[in-house]
Design a protein around this ligand. Structure first.
Ligand code: GLN
Length: 206
């Protein structure tokens, strides 16, 4: 392999954004800001060509309805088993092993129980600024009909909390936030994911 070929994916990984609904464009912009190359994903076949994936916020039930067509849910389940995936809000709900309020299907990649709409209705959406484990001081976090991570299991590292509950967590190749980092100008959360993708590329055989 020539040196340019091998260093390209490391410097600018190709990261998919599931573009079914929700604010996928804001995620694509945030990825560019964090040094990655975004790819909008609308078909299961596209998953083969990306190094990582963001599942954005939106409505998890709507995502599920769409994904249940054309075997997309099965392909995604396989992808999230070992490929870096970042779920925000509805994306976090989809990644969890268990979903409540009400119970629904999920991808089962994040060892956690997530309760939907735990902070009330749309009108209760809010912006909080709080400390996290990320370097660089307090982080702005935008919550929109946010879920709550009520329980985490083995291997889940908590990077930030709200009222004592985790709001940003990492478990190996999985990153999940109950808020919307793409709606703030701070790129540290996307940067964390891009770095995670880069480290996976560096350590996996090509
Ligand atoms: N309330 C939504 C759900 O349950 C998630 C909200 C969001 O992604 N902003 O799927």
């Amino acid at each position: 392999m020539n040196p340019t070929e091998s260093s390209l994916p490391l410097s600018s990984p190709r990261i998919g954004v599931l573009a079914i609904q929700g604010d996928y464009d804001a995620h694509a912009q945030a990825l560019i800001g964090a040094g990655a190359q975004p790819v909008l994903i609308r078909k299961p076949e596209q998953l083969a060509a990306i190094d990582g994936l963001i599942i954005p916020g939106g409505e998890s039930t709507t995502f599920l309805k769409f994904l249940e067509r054309d075997g997309f849910l099965g392909s995604l389940r396989e992808f999230v088993r070992d490929k870096p995936t970042f779920g925000t809000c509805a994306g976090c709900i989809l990644l969890a092993t268990e979903v409540t309020h009400p119970a629904q299907k999920s991808l089962g990649a994040l060892n956690a129980t997530v309760e939907r709409n735990a902070y009330g209705r749309q009108i209760d959406s809010s912006i909080h600024t709080a400390a996290t484990e990320l370097p660089g001081g307090p982080l702005e976090m935008v919550y929109i009909r946010a879920p709550r991570i009520v329980k985490t299991g083995d291997g889940v590292q908590v990077l930030a909390t709200r009222d004592g509950f985790p709001v940003l967590v990492e478990q190996g190749h999985i990153l999940a936030a109950t808020f919307h980092p793409e709606l703030s100008s701070d790129r540290r959360v996307h940067q964390r994911f891009v770095d995670l993708v880069r480290s996976r590329i560096a350590h996996s055989p090509r």
